[in-house]
Unconditional design. Structure first.
Length: 751
């Protein structure tokens, strides 16, 4: 009896696929209509609790797939497939193109036939296409609003009738150049071309004309300039801007000196890479002998003979006063604003400012009077800051040091890399200005220890460097890791940036801070942090669960300490870095997770970063009693600077890849010890132990078995013999190919 009642009430149980079809048909017949759960259950005769819950579960999936729109917690409607949206297009070499709607991070698939020949970065209008259930959602581009780029870089191929540009990035169409528009270019020349006509319904290809011949393929200048041009970065400095810079006087008037604090009599030095020319920061130090403060918890009186003086240091962080010379809105300022950053390729620097300014007038060169904007700290021997002031100064550097010189002085006096006493055990200091440098190093180490104690994250990655000959050819590749001399400068720059940010942003409760560009760094992505925890388990590490910013930083630091120096360290650091959000510029301060600072900005490099120049100008404005600047304007500038920083980083990375492939091209057929540094579905990446050059071993070149990618355990596993390749594994490789055009190294496994 009970069984018959259930059949009468609910009927035959509907399967999930069948119910999904019924729901799809139901909504397709009611376009634009908002339908409640109650109505859906009644119309589809879903009168048991399990079937109602199954229907709700399916509708949630349909909403997730953008097939339905959730109107309220208990009603849905059919998504309008004709709704027009805007987004940014991303072209892929394999045809798996996507468009990401404005305000979203979720890309949508666009088939080549529905792309309207859009290219990567193009801003487009698109609509969602109708689709069947269980198919991926798909969009169709209906209009290209704005082309990301109108110039392309590549290699010329000149035939008898036509010429073609083989671009650096993969395109689904050809770039055709009439022979009359070649500008003297010939086959295998690197060229920059400008689009004359885009593809349309009749013509699928791009029509272009040559605007610049960079040189022959493989020639160093041509290849480096091609990398810059590919990213839309300048490889020439406008003559009009150079001319404007040449008119700026290098003379400092007495009137200007009188307006500033004079530090020309205080020991001051710069510490930079050995090949640097733009010295934008300097440090000064002098001892301030004061007795214990009467408010200290001691019974000493100021005049007591037995009470030893408490040693205080005045440390000045002096920054080139670029904003004094580069006036806002000038032709030089507009060019710097557009560039936003200097670019550092392997063999050259493309400066943000004209050479006369960055290498001469603004640069804090030794034995020359220079204008600076300075943060002056008074701190005790424990690096506790007792007082500070932010002032315009005039300085005179006593010595230009390179990092290696300072490191040698520290080590000669018993201060080894990261260890040992901060003062020499010998009776006399050895080396020029050794006492001052050792004192600065001791204070920097204490600042660093406090920073880590407060939750700053320890990422200390090596940097690939090259020795290159006069033709730009790499002769040696090596890795550099920061030593005490580098960290000395880093700590004082960090504390200066932090102090400047606090001076504007830290205001009493209820009072609004004035506008300032901050350097912000959001908390790590929680999903990626969970992936990191699962990832390191495979290597025998455990990472603690975290619930606060400080706990997350401590867990990351503990992990870094545990695997330091091991074969898998680079791979784990890379995964950990991917869990981090990218630092950027913004007027909306959210703090800096990586440094564990609530307030942080960029103040210390105005020669090579435009945000620092903006900060200098705003500090001066507020110092003079000016009102808060227009936040919207500065937020736009912050976004532009963040974008240009990323573009410059991509170009720098490409120049390193190119030189790495060029270097290994001289070692084809040679064998090396290496370790697995990456795993993908199409092969493994291996890094040579000797020089850290990385190449790929394609999965079809692993001849001993048929390998499959185990995504869950992040390894390749042989189907027959169950051999496996995983991160950190030692392998013996042979250099098989070095493709300079693709910037790609191919290795094979030596059996």
């Amino acid at each position: 009896m009970g069984k018959k009642t259930r059949e009468k009430k609910g009927g035959k149980r509907i399967t999930r696929p069948l119910l999904a079809e019924k729901l799809e048909a139901f909504f397709n017949n009611r376009p634009g209509q908002v339908v409640s759960f109650k109505e859906i259950f009644r119309q589809l005769k879903l009168d048991t609790h399990p079937m109602k819950m199954l229907a709700i579960d399916i509708m949630e999936e349909m909403a997730w797939d953008d097939y339905l729109v959730k109107v309220t917690d208990s009603s849905y409607k059919l998504a309008d497939s004709t709704q027009v949206m805007e987004g940014v297009f991303q072209a892929k070499a394999n045809g798996r193109n996507t468009v990401t709607p404005v305000g979203s991070e979720k890309p949508i698939f666009v088939a080549e036939r529905n792309s309207l020949w859009a290219l990567t970065g193009d801003r487009v209008r698109f609509c969602m296409m109708a689709r069947r259930r269980s198919h991926i959602r798909e969009a169709q581009v209906i209009e290209i609003i704005e082309r990301k780029k109108e110039q392309f870089v590549g290699r010329l191929e000149v035939d008898s009738d036509l010429a073609f540009l083989i671009p650096q990035e993969p395109l689904a169409m050809s770039i055709i150049i009439p022979k009359s528009k070649l500008k003297g270019g010939k086959t295998n020349d690197r060229a920059v071309v400008k689009v004359v006509a885009w593809p349309d319904a009749e013509h699928r290809n791009i029509l272009a004309e040559v605007v610049d011949i960079l040189g022959e393929m493989g020639e160093n200048n041509a290849e480096m300039n091609a990398i810059l041009a590919q990213y839309g970065l300048p490889y020439k400095y406008p003559q009009a801007v150079e001319d404007a810079a040449n008119k700026i006087s290098d003379q400092i008037t007495q009137e200007e000196i009188d307006r500033r604090e004079d530090f020309r009599g205080v020991f001051t030095c710069t510490i930079d890479p050995h090949d640097a020319k733009d010295f934008d920061d300097a440090l000064s130090i002098r001892e301030v002998n004061l007795n214990h403060n009467l408010n200290d918890n001691s019974n000493c009186e100021l005049s007591t003979e037995h009470c030893e003086p408490k040693k205080l240091w005045e440390v000045g962080v002096h920054i080139a006063d670029v904003s004094h010379y580069v006036t806002e809105g000038s032709i030089i300022d507009k060019e710097a604003q557009k560039r936003a950053t200097s670019i550092y390729l392997v063999d050259r620097t493309i400066p943000m400012l004209p050479e006369r300014l960055c290498n001469y007038i603004c640069s804090l060169r030794p034995d020359e009077d220079k204008l600076a904007y300075s943060v002056i700290f008074t701190m005790d021997e424990e690096a506790e800051i007792k007082d500070y002031r932010i002032v315009h100064t005039v300085i005179r550097s006593d010595r230009r040091f390179c990092y290696e010189e300072v490191q040698e002085i520290l080590e000669k006096n018993g201060v080894k890399d990261g260890t040992g006493e901060p003062a020499p055990k010998k009776k006399e200091y050895e080396g020029e200005y050794a006492k001052e440098l050792i004192t600065l190093d001791a204070l920097a180490k204490k600042l660093r220890a406090k920073r880590f104690k407060n939750g700053s994250v320890k990422f200390d990655r090596e940097e690939m460097r090259f020795d290159i000959d006069e033709k730009g050819k790499p002769t040696r590749v090596y890795f550099k890791r920061s030593k005490d001399a580098n960290k000395l400068i880093e700590e004082f720059m960090l504390i200066a940036n932090k102090t400047v940010a606090e001076s504007v942003g830290k205001v009493p409760k209820g009072k609004k801070a004035k506008t300032l560009p901050y350097r912000v760094h959001d908390n790590p992505d929680p999903i990626k942090m969970e992936q990191l925890k699962q990832f390191v388990v495979r290597f025998g590490y455990r990472m603690k669960s975290t619930s606060t910013k400080g706990a997350t930083a401590r867990a990351i630091n503990a992990l870094m300490d545990e695997f330091e120096g091991r074969a898998e360290s680079n791979a784990i650091q890379l995964v950990a870095l991917k869990a981090m959000m990218k630092a950027k510029y913004s007027t909306h301060n959210i703090g800096h997770f990586g440094l564990a600072f609530d307030y942080y900005t960029h103040f210390t490099s105005p020669i090579r970063r435009y945000p620092d120049t903006m900060v200098h100008r705003l500090l001066t404005r507020y110092e003079e009693g000016g009102k808060s600047a227009n936040q919207n304007y500065y937020e736009e500038q912050c976004e532009h600077s963040s974008q240009m920083e990323q573009v410059a980083a991509n170009a720098e990375r490409d120049s390193i890849k190119y030189k790495m492939v060029e270097f290994m091209g001289e070692h084809l057929g040679e064998e090396y010890d290496a370790h697995v540094s990456g795993i993908t579905s199409h092969g493994i990446y291996a890094e040579i132990d000797e020089n850290h050059c990385e190449g790929m071993i394609a999965i079809h070149d692993l001849k001993d078995d048929y390998y499959e990618f185990d995504e869950k355990n992040f390894c390749l596993v042989g189907r027959r013999h169950h051999n496996r390749y995983q991160l950190g594994d030692e392998v013996r490789i042979k250099v098989a190919k070095a493709n300079l055009e693709k910037k790609q190294l191919d290795f094979t496994i030596v059996e």
